[in-house]
Design a protein around this ligand. Structure first.
Ligand code: HEM
Length: 545
């Protein structure tokens, strides 16, 4: 790899913790009005230095594809170029600290005060990253008072993961270009790469452009960046050692347990957010990208494990939205608000959060639905006359229910109500019997039944109201005929329908199985609950009972 390619790719070693950009690259504007000189790829693909506050000011619409096309990635890591591509400072830090921790744990007696202090300091330095670097500075999800900012900056320094400036810039790029090659720790390159690889070897591309103009103006960030190197030694190793040494005389334990071992845990805790949180768990709100929600990730990352939520709503100060989910960072920020050190905690509207969740639930349901076998639509079934149905039913067990013709041959022997009941209805319409006339079947039975459809009965089953209308039409026609043919004084009494329509009380009739007739049988079903009390009028009339 030539230094020219390296420059073109915008390569810049970004070892966590130890390597920070030169001070001149960082010197931020002193006021909000001051402009920052930043470079973005111009239309011609060359970098153009422009005086502007935000790097996005004239960003092309096709920035991502343009950058990926025009700024070639460095060659892939192979055995032959491995040594020259290693970021030695990061690699040494990330390999020696675990070794040193193992040595310390094997050679140093653990005392209770040191164990408790190590745990406390793990959470402090972890919170420096999660509540400070991440939710405060990278995402501006709440406002922190100056004292709280200094505390978080110091705790974060003790986590030895780079300065706030460097860390938050990379993280903003990670969110903006998630799962693309402009993501500095893209999960699409694999678990190992997103966990460690991206720090151990030189990045193959410069992370995509991200606006950090706000961070450049922050005095706490400037202070931390300026004194970053001494701060990591003081807060990473000195402070935890001194507390244990002066506190209860355990200098060695303080160094190895609260210093080194604790640091290794904090490192991999944060690295899990980039790796595990993009692999393990549920896509609760969106599955377009890799972030996932999982309790285990939350447990090992001081609450950053509800990562799918976080990528959907990055400006929300919470990662966990349910009360039972583990998010000590959220609890810490709320506590800081309670004591007046934090304010303006941002919360995404609950309605939108729930929409995201429901959208994913529906997507899953649709997938599950698509995997099931569903009954044929009536449009895809042959329409068969009653007479043809009769003929066909002599050759195989067919049964009409709900206007569909069903072939029950595969089920007849399995019927929980007995074979005899089904046999008795072959070649007939069993709608009423099926819907409560004899037994009010479950949904499952309805579903099962629908799967046995083989045809549609021509005209379906006739509604009693059709029968009534037809009877009324015939009666009126007969009366009119009589009126025309016979003088008024010689007319016989007019035909009277035995059950005039207004006597029919159809309120409360269930739409699923209203009143209907089948050839030779007429039913009026008033309510599902009364189905067993159907009245059958053998003379084909429908009326009150
Ligand atoms: C192909 C049409 C039919 C299918 C798919 C079917 C399905 C079932 C199923 C799954 C059950 C179990 C209970 C339930 O899920 O509700 C059941 C029970 C029953 N079925 Fe059917 N059935 C059919 C037709 C009929 C007919 C036409 C009758 C009456 C003439 C009938 C009478 C009964 C009775 C009485 C029971 C209750 C059994 C008990 O729990 O003792 N079934 N049927």
């Amino acid at each position: 790899m030539t230094s020219e390619i390296r420059q073109r790719a915008g390569f810049e070693p970004i070892a966590p913790g130890l390597r920070t950009p030169p001070a001149d690259q960082l010197s931020p504007p002193q006021s909000e009005d001051e402009e920052v000189d930043v470079a973005v790829p111009s239309r011609g693909g060359k970098k153009a230095a422009t005086n502007k506050l935000h790097p996005d000011d004239d960003i092309p619409d096709d920035y991502v594809t343009r950058t990926l096309e025009r700024e070639p990635a460095l060659p892939p890591i192979q055995w032959k170029n491995l040594l020259s591509e290693i970021q030695w400072v990061s690699a040494i830090v990330l390999t020696t600290t675990p070794l040193l921790a193992v040595y310390g744990l094997c050679t140093t007696k653990m005392t209770w005060p040191t164990a408790i202090w190590s745990l406390i300091y793990y959470f402090w330095t972890g919170l420096g990253i999660t509540a400070g670097y991440h939710r405060l500075w990278a995402h501006r999800s709440y406002n922190a008072s100056k004292p709280l900012q200094y505390i978080l900056a110091l705790w974060g320094s003790g986590a030895v993961q780079g300065s706030i400036h460097w860390w938050a810039r990379g993280h903003r790029a990670h969110h903006r270009y998630t799962d693309t090659d402009l993501d500095p720790y893209g999960a699409h390159f694999g678990l190992l790469w997103s966990h460690l690889g991206w720090m151990i070897v030189k990045p193959r591309r410069k992370p995509g452009v991200a606006d950090i103009s706000d961070l450049r103006r922050n005095s706490v960030i400037k202070f931390q960046h300026k004194f970053y190197l001494p701060l990591i030694f003081i807060m990473g190793f000195g402070f935890p050692t001194v507390v244990a040494g002066l506190g209860w005389g355990d200098w060695r334990g303080g160094f190895f347990y609260a210093g080194v071992a604790r640091l290794v845990f904090v490192h991999h805790s944060t690295f899990c957010v980039n790796s595990l949180a993009h692999y393990l768990g549920e896509a609760t709100f969106d599955n377009k990208m890799t972030p996932r929600d999982h309790f285990i990730t939350a447990l090992v990352t001081v609450g950053e494990g509800y990562h799918n939520f976080h990528h959907q709503f990055p400006m929300d100060y919470r990662n966990a939205v349910q009360w039972y989910q583990y998010d000590p960072t959220k609890w810490f920020i709320s506590a800081m608000q309670a004591v007046g050190l934090a304010s303006h905690l941002k919360v995404f509207p609950d309605n939108e959060v729930r929409k995201g969740r429901v959208a994913m639930q529906l997507q899953k349901l649709h997938a599950e639905q698509a995997a099931l076998t569903w009954p044929k639509h009536s449009n895809n079934l042959p329409v068969i006359s009653w007479d043809d149905y009769q003929e066909e039913a002599k050759t195989r067990p067919l049964m009409v229910i709900h206007g569909f013709i069903h072939d029950v041959s595969a089920f007849i022997a399995e019927h929980p109500g007995g074979e005899h009941l089904l046999k008795a209805k072959i070649g007939k319409d069993a709608t009423t019997a099926f819907n409560g006339g004899i037994y009010d079947h479950s949904n499952a039975a309805h579903n099962l039944l629908a799967g046995m459809r083989v045809g549609v009965l021509d005209g379906g089953y006739r509604l009693a109201s059709d029968e009534l209308a037809e009877a009324e039409r015939l009666r009126t026609a007969a009366n009119e005929a009589v009126d025309k043919a016979v003088p008024e004084n010689a007319r016989p009494p007019k035909a009277q329908f035995s059950a005039p329509q207004d006597e029919l009380d159809l309120r409360g009739v269930d739409a699923r199985a209203t009143k209907y007739t089948t050839p030779g049988e007429t039913y009026l079903i008033r309510q599902v609950g009364e189905l067993k009390a159907n009245v059958r009028d053998h003379q084909g009339r429908v009326g009150k009972w």
